[in-house]
Structure formats: structure tokens, C-alpha cells
Design a protein around this ligand. Sequence first.
Ligand code: SF4
Length: 278
Amino acid sequence: MTIPEAFTFSQSSLNDYLDCQRRFELRYLMDARWPAETSSPANDFEAAMLRGADFHRMIHQHTLGVPESILTASVRGDEKLANWWKSWLSWQAAHIPHDVVRYAEISLGAPIADFRLQAKYDMIVVLPDGTLHIYDWKTGKRPKQAHRKTDMQSDVYRFVLAQAGGWLIDAEAVPPERIRMTYWYAQDGLTDSLTYDAASMHTGEMLLSQLVADITATPAFPLTAEAERCKFCVYRSLCDRGTRAGHFETEDLTADAPYDDAATPFMLDDDLLNSLEM
Ligand code: SF4
């Protein structure tokens, strides 16, 4: 199956391709829907996804100017969400200057190897010296460093911002040295921060271009050889890779809210995704 000319790549689709080529084909080229549970217990998993989406929405609304008191009062009977919110409020007050421009839930796109690459940011902060700081709120488990190193999100987000974010600082493009990125983890309040420079932008662009070239040239999209990855994939039955979902609380997953375009090592049911779209 060939990639349509108008296809838009994202960190999610690239991560899916790296996780399982067949999943990429089913989800992005065939638009296949398959009602397998992504994780068990399904209700717990769905509740976790909804909580993550609520958390992202609250930060979005906070950025738009909805008073903290109203947002805090909106958390009723969900102790975990209340703790995340309280933790985020004090963290952002200590780490993000109050009087800077914040853009929440903003999408940018840039060309890559004859295609388009899109990134949806939880928040971009414009600092007074022209530095652009990307923030990404993670409500799943903090990944091991090895996972973060192979995750496409950091490369995609920083590259797209460098190419397409110039208007945020009244420039044609953003010098890579002026880009920072921080992942903030709601479960423990810890962060992972990254810088950027011309060398890492060049390396990232080469990596992304090569990956897109590989995807567009591949004659077939085989099933992953790592069957463990199938436990949290909605296409299990379609691929004859089992019918029982893995347990999301006991596995080393980095489950995240579908409100953003974050990488997830498993697939989310499209109906759930649509129902959570803000
Ligand atoms: S079930 Fe396994 S092989 Fe099939 S798409 Fe999902 S991850 Fe790939």
C-alpha cells in the first residue's frame, strides 16, 4: 500500500511505525477500526484516559484565563486528578514566569521529505529573550531513558518548532539554540528536559527524513516480531495475536492522555479518542 501524497506524519504515526509496521498500515493507511480492549481492566483504563484528558483540558483552560478557583472546584471526587492539578499549579508557578506568552494546545506543521510533519504541543512558552520552551504534560508512567531516547516526540516537536515557529518570535525560523523542551510527569512531579542546537537539529532532520523515506519505499508492512507489543494493541484479533488485553497497571507502560498527540505504546480505540477530542 502506498502513502498518499497528502499524508501528514506525526510523532504518533512515526512511533507506531517503529513499534509495528503493520499497526502503522492498519491505523494510518487503512483507517482500520477494531474493537479490542487496549488494556484491562477496560474500565480502569478508560478512567485513566479520561482523567488524563481532563487534566490536559484544565491546563488548556487555565492558559486561556479560566480562574484557578473555578478549575479547582471542577475537580469533584477524583483525588488523583486533584493531586495532579495541585502539583501542576505549584510547579508551573515556580518554573514558568507569570508574565510570559503561553500557547496551549497549538499545532504546527513543517515539510519533511515531500510530506508534511505535524506536531500538537501541550504548551509553548515564549520567554522574554526569544527562547521558546515546549512543555509536554505526561499523565502516564515516566518512561525509562531508553524509551525516551528512541521516542520520536522530542525530535519531531523540536524540529517542527524550529521550522514553523518563527512567527512566535517575529522571525522566519527559530534558531535551534533557542528551543527547550520539558516533559512534566503528573504521577511524581518529575521532569525530563532537553536542549537543542544546530547539530542535533541536523541529526534529527536526517533521522526523520530517512524514516519517512523508508516508510514511503517499503513494499510491505509486516507484523512486529515482538509479540509483547500486541498485548495493548486494538488489532490483536485482526493479527491473530491473542484476545486478552494486558493489564495496564502492572505493565511498564507510558500510558498517556489522548488529549494530546503523545506517544503511546498501545493503541486507543478510535471511538474513545473521538469522544475525548476537545
Ligand atoms: S496486534 Fe501486534 S502485530 Fe498486529 S498491529 Fe498490533 S502490534 Fe502490530
